[in-house]
Design a protein around this ligand. Structure first.
Ligand code: NAP
Length: 250
């Protein structure tokens, strides 16, 4: 049974990814920051779907937690076949870039970019030591290229994931490890709960050609397509799962 480590899979998109992998018979390490109950609920859902699951606490922003997360994965499953860098946070307050503070900037860059960058470094070395190598998926956002001037810190952290994907894809191709970036559009999770009414209106007015909210399962299904190995001649590829938001129309 192949093993995936999905960061931030207690809730939201990560949970959707974990359950989708469970349906395909994967073993999933369900990482969470603080919400153990939600992580256990995800584990139960993965098992119900046909997979196996283990909840592991760990803050991706902390080096010792990243090391612990990987060690627990290997102790449990013996190897890692897929890393999904999904954990991420939005700014606690949306502030105009002319007013936004350094504290929020440092926090977002550390959790959303530095954490996955160094977790990938450690996981890549582990995969290189294995007979069956593995794949890596980074969850960025349409915010990697769409400028929201009231959350510049978030946008920059996600744009950084784009270059991180390119760097690791280039470095790891010879090692037999492929790296992908999934760019979700507006997805119904706790993260977007606070701005639900705003997005309800924008979506109904045509924010994206496909006029509905994205669901965590939409991202899960994309992860499964990659996890199955169905993109063997692609690496560093960006996959938009955004209802067509990225299209320029005239
Ligand atoms: P969410 O509902 O807020 O869930 C966040 C998840 O990440 C939770 O499982 C949380 O764990 C975990 N987490 C937060 N900080 C962490 C840390 N430092 N270390 C480890 N885990 C941590 O968010 P979401 O909407 O599912 O977003 C998931 C990813 O998709 C993020 O990278 C986000 O930027 C990206 N994204 C989201 C949208 C959207 O519309 N929702 C769109 C584009 C991209 P706890 O349960 O323990 O708190």
């Amino acid at each position: 049974m192949p093993c995936a480590l999905v960061t931030g899979s207690s809730r939201g998109i990560g949970r959707g990814i974990a359950i989708s992998l469970g349906r395909e018979g994967w073993q999933v390490v369900v990482n969470y920051a603080g919400n153990r109950e939600a992580a256990e609920d995800t584990c139960e859902a993965v098992r119900q779907a046909g997979g196996q699951a283990l909840a592991v606490q760990g803050d991706v922003a902390k080096a010792e937690d990243r090391a612990h997360l990987l060690a627990e994965t290997i102790t449990w499953a013996g190897a890692i076949d897929l890393l999904v860098n999904n954990a991420g946070i939005a700014p606690s307050v949306r502030a105009d870039i002319l007013d936004a503070g350094e504290e929020s900037f440092d926090r977002l860059i550390t959790v959303n970019l530095k954490g996955p960058y160094f977790l990938t470094q450690a996981v890549a070395k582990q995969m290189m030591s294995q007979k069956a190598k593995g794949q890596i998926i980074n969850v960025s956002s349409i915010s990697a290229y769409a400028a929201s001037t009231n959350r510049g810190d978030y946008c920059i952290s996600k744009a950084g994931i784009g270059m991180m994907t390119a760097l690791y894809a280039a470095r790891l191709a010879d090692e037999g490890i492929r790296v992908y970036e999934i760019r979700p559009g507006v997805i119904a999770t706790d993260m977007t709960g606070a701005v639900k009414d705003k997005y309800d209106k924008l979506i109904s007015e045509g924010l994206s050609p496909i006029k509905r909210w994205g669901m965590p399962e939409d991202i899960g299904r994309c992860v499964v397509a990659i996890a199955r190995g169905d993109l063997p001649f692609s690496t560093g590829e960006v996959i938009n799962v955004d209802g067509g938001f990225h299209l320029k129309t005239l």
